[in-house]
Design a protein around this ligand. Structure first.
Ligand SMILES: *Cc1c(COP(=O)(O)O)cnc(C)c1O
Length: 371
């Protein structure tokens, strides 16, 4: 088991990342999507689970193609995996072509400007370097328009570098039957047909776990690898992350006493409150807190579910443990915020957000272990 630099004894929380579960999830998705190739999306530090250990795990599981968002992430990945095919999703920023070349990275070109930048760089060094083309089929975010893609296909001889991937991204794949998915699929099919010798890729996790028609030559799962829910109608794969928070203190609150900032929660009975040593500065969503008007998230302590009470502070949170047996828990014990049947998506739902945001927000003050 690899360890982070924050010592376990000093940490307010312990984050345990199950690399075997990531490997199993990869194998599972690859089997469901074969014969399409299964790439892996490792942006944002592998969704908060640790770029290096996760990349090594996925390489061992058979992944050969990886997507990151930014050059800084791609460099780290290249240093670890000299043989991998690495695509950079956010495209090609000005004055970065040389770095892409030096690290053998493939920009996902998402505008005519970026295409021109790559073409000019390849011309200058007199080497045609491979790149991917992002086509916007409905996100209105990154990518050339389908009309621009048609022009590019017609002028392919003058492009000046080889395209090795044509891709697009779905806006609503998590919502089965959403009409935009069918429209994006139709547009992407038409574009992919213009580049018959180039690999095509459309599917994120939600689409990879859905209709085969969305798989094309390569799928690009992210969240499903990390145990998050990708779509409403498919259960998450194996959970990957467990988060235990230290119980710093246990104290009594009299009936009518209020707990924490804003005094938004009042004890309705003499209560025992556990004080946990982590808060929103650690990426725990503040909206998951509780008040008299609204029930917040729960933690598991000694095998039982206990509700958060009051607001979540920067470095602390408070839990009602009145219903636990007196000797069930002591200061220094641990409360589980993610794990013991509580998924990242359960926590996210209490905070009006998504598992992606919970995972990628988990902060550096936790002690991290990879098993
Ligand atoms: C993040 C991302 C993915 C992976 O999405 P998940 O929903 O996490 O599977 C795939 N493709 C692109 C372009 C992305 O930005």
């Amino acid at each position: 088991m690899a360890d982070s630099n924050v010592q376990s004894a000093e940490a307010g929380g312990r984050l345990t990342i199950d690399l075997q579960a990531i490997s199993d999830n990869y194998t599972d998705i690859a089997a469901r999507t074969a014969p399409a190739a299964c790439a892996a999306v490792l942006k944002a530090d592998a969704y908060g689970t640790g770029l290096e250990p996760v990349a090594a795990t996925l390489w061992a599981a058979g992944a050969r193609t990886f997507f990151v968002a930014l050059l800084c992430e791609a460099r780290r990945l290249r240093n670890l995996l000299p043989q991998a095919e690495i695509f950079v999703l956010n495209g090609l920023f000005a004055e970065c072509s040389e770095a892409y070349d030096a690290y053998d990275l493939r920009p996902v070109l998402g505008s005519l400007d970026e295409i021109e930048r790559w073409r000019a760089y390849c011309a200058r060094i007199d080497r045609p370097l491979p790149a991917a083309l992002h086509v916007d089929t409905g996100m209105n975010r990154l990518g050339v328009s389908p009309a621009e893609a048609i022009n590019l296909a017609e002028g392919r001889d003058e492009l000046g570098f080889p395209l090795v991937l044509v891709m697009s991204h779905l806006a609503c794949a998590d919502d089965p039957g959403h009409p935009l998915t069918a429209r994006q699929l139709e547009d992407f099919r038409a574009v992919a047909a213009l580049f018959p010798d180039v690999r095509a890729s459309l599917a994120n996790s939600a689409a990879a776990l859905g209709d085969n028609a969305l798989h094309f030559d390569m799928v690009r799962p992210g969240i499903a690898l990390y145990g998050g829910r990708a779509r409403r109608d498919v259960a998450p794969l194996r959970p990957v992350v467990r988060l235990d928070l230290r119980i710093a203190q246990i104290r009594e609150v009299h009936e009518g006493g209020t707990i924490g900032y804003g005094a938004v929660q009042t004890a309705r009975r003499p209560s025992r409150i556990a004080i946990l040593a982590a808060g929103y500065a650690d990426g725990i969503p503040r909206l998951a807190g509780s008040s008299d008007a609204r029930r917040g998230a729960e933690v598991a302590i000694a095998g039982r579910r206990c509700p958060l009470v009051g607001r979540i502070s920067m470095d602390l949170m408070t839990v009602d443990i009145t219903d636990l047996p007196d000797d069930a828990v002591r200061p220094g014990d641990w409360a589980t915020l993610i794990g013991e049947g509580i998924g990242v998506d359960n926590l996210a739902a209490h905070a009006q957000t998504i598992g992606y945001e919970v995972l990628t927000s988990l902060g550096p003050r936790f002690h991290r272990r990879w098993k």
